[in-house]
Design a protein around this ligand. Structure first.
Ligand code: NI
Length: 133
């Protein structure tokens, strides 16, 4: 990929903020931090524009609640066209961690995630939004 250089004029305060980000996230330099911010913006934009995107839904729940598992399976089958893979990890005697990789229309992915996270008994759920490229 061709790299271009350009000059940026910003206030001292903004530059200090950028440097704080570089330190906090351990970016090797300011350029990498700026690339990260641009990508973050463009991913959010694609989700806002309801484009075809990718992501992961992470769920933590107690597998002893059988109703919950049935409900989760029902929801996942209703949205099977969006689901790429499901990984189930037994965290301990009670808790399971499920990571559901998804790809599709942004609004559909959000509604799938909301339905899963809202199931009674889910301890924690989160949708991680990224893009296809
Ligand atoms: Ni389990």
């Amino acid at each position: 990929m061709q790299v271009k250089r350009f000059g940026v004029s910003i206030e001292n305060e903004s530059l200090e903020e950028l440097d704080r980000l570089v330190l906090k996230q351990s970016f090797p330099n300011r350029s990498q931090a700026i690339r990260y911010l641009i990508k973050k913006y463009s991913v959010e934009d694609e989700w806002d524009d309801n484009k075809e995107v990718a992501g992961a839904i992470v769920l933590v729940y107690d597998h002893h609640k059988k109703e919950l598992q049935n409900k989760s399976t029902d929801v996942q089958h209703n949205y099977h066209h969006l689901i790429l893979s499901v990984q189930h990890v037994h965290l301990d005697h009670h808790n399971c961690l499920e990571t559901i990789a998804v790809k599709g229309n942004a609004n559909e992915l959000i509604s799938l995630a909301n339905k899963l996270i809202a199931i009674k008994g889910i301890k924690h759920g989160e949708l991680v939004m990224t893009a296809k490229k």
